[in-house]
Design a protein around this ligand. Sequence first.
Ligand SMILES: [Zn+2]
Length: 226
Amino acid sequence: MLGMPKIVDTHTHICDSSFDADRGEVLDRAADAGVAAVIAVGENMADARRNIELADKHPMIYPAAGLYPTILDLDQAEQMRSFIRSERLKLVAIGEVGLDFWVVKEEPQKGIQKEILKGFINLAKKLDLPLNIHSRSAGRHAVALLLECGPTRVQMHAFDGKASAALPAKATFGLRSDRKKLLVTGPNLFGSLELEIWILFVICYLVLGILIFKDAIIFRYAFRLF
Ligand SMILES: [Zn+2]
């Protein structure tokens, strides 16, 4: 499609069995809409193997492998790291991995989650792979761990922390989000994404305002009628 910007969807669960019936058509529709590639992230070993198989069949799919952050199993984490090492040449990223303190609330378990994530970060550095990081209710902790371990290629996924929690990482790696809470892009805090988000908010508030105002008029007339 000439002239159309190409999009890379960097976080898909295209290996999910819900796509088994029509995965090809889904990818075709994505391609028609301007998507050039999809990165298939994984939550466990089955996903990791499936992503590699799917990438052989579908040129649009680029496979990643990771362990979902709520899987607090050091053995599974080690197996996944060894799988990633052995399949390094086929993989484009490590993910998804990360911290999820919304689900994992106890301190000892949070510690295990951090230890597992640290292992994946160090592996990403060693193998020169980017990281796809899931971070939910753990913004400061995820950023602190990333800064401590020092990977340079990181994509935050599901980051719901405050912008102030992400700012320390701004100089090290770019963060980008469509969430209201995080308005940070790599080199420029007040870049075009922020403008887009603010324009969207203004439109939303205007539409809501009109709806509420309209309702108020309707109510006023309704009250007059009674
Ligand atoms: Zn995901």
